[in-house]
Design a protein around this ligand. Structure first.
Ligand code: THU
Length: 161
């Protein structure tokens, strides 16, 4: 038996203003988008901003539904919109901002498993890493340099050949 360990680098910044300017600007866009989220059932609003290699920024936010599973997370709204409008253009980074209307969220909210899988599809297809930035409504920012870091041993297209 052999035991393998998997680790990844998590970069933490004590606040938004400590980030490099490009990342600060992307996160600001995610915050603006978060404020337009449709989250009447959870009161948990999430905004996502996708930076493409051509400089375009595509926004998304969570869209809830009275039939709960029919809603969609901010990250998937944003990456699917990017894939629909800019097919073949690589994604450089995704900023995610989350906030609750019920309490102060002072730590980053990481993308859910379904969103990780969806973003991983694009990362795998484009063969270059997607940087992920996450923040709550206040507090620190987390950065990871590749989505694959938070979805180790992921399922991808090579299994289907
Ligand atoms: N949500 C997101 O938009 N992104 C995530 O990664 C986690 C959860 C949304 C879905 C739902 O509208 C609300 O947050 C509460 O789960």
């Amino acid at each position: 038996m052999e035991k393998l360990s998997i680790s990844f680098d998590l970069y933490t910044y004590e606040s938004l203003v400590k980030l490099p300017l490009e990342d600060q600007s992307l996160l600001q866009k995610a915050i603006k988008s978060r404020n337009k989220a449709y989250a009447p059932y959870s009161s948990f609003k999430v905004g996502a901003a996708v930076l493409l290699e051509n400089g375009e920024v595509v926004l998304g936010n969570n869209q809830e539904n009275a039939s709960y599973p029919s809603g969609l997370c901010a990250e998937r709204v944003a990456v699917f919109q990017a894939g629909a409008c800019f097919p073949g253009i690589a994604i450089k980074a995704i900023a995610i901002s989350a906030a609750s209307e019920l309490y102060i969220l002072n730590k980053p909210a990481a993308p859910c498993g379904n969103c990780r899988q969806s973003i991983a599809e694009y990362e795998h297809k484009q063969k270059s890493p997607i940087r992920i930035l996450m923040m709550g409504s206040t507090g620190p920012v987390y950065k990871i340099n590749s989505l694959a870091d938070i979805l180790p041993l992921g399922f991808e297209s090579s299994y289907l050949k």
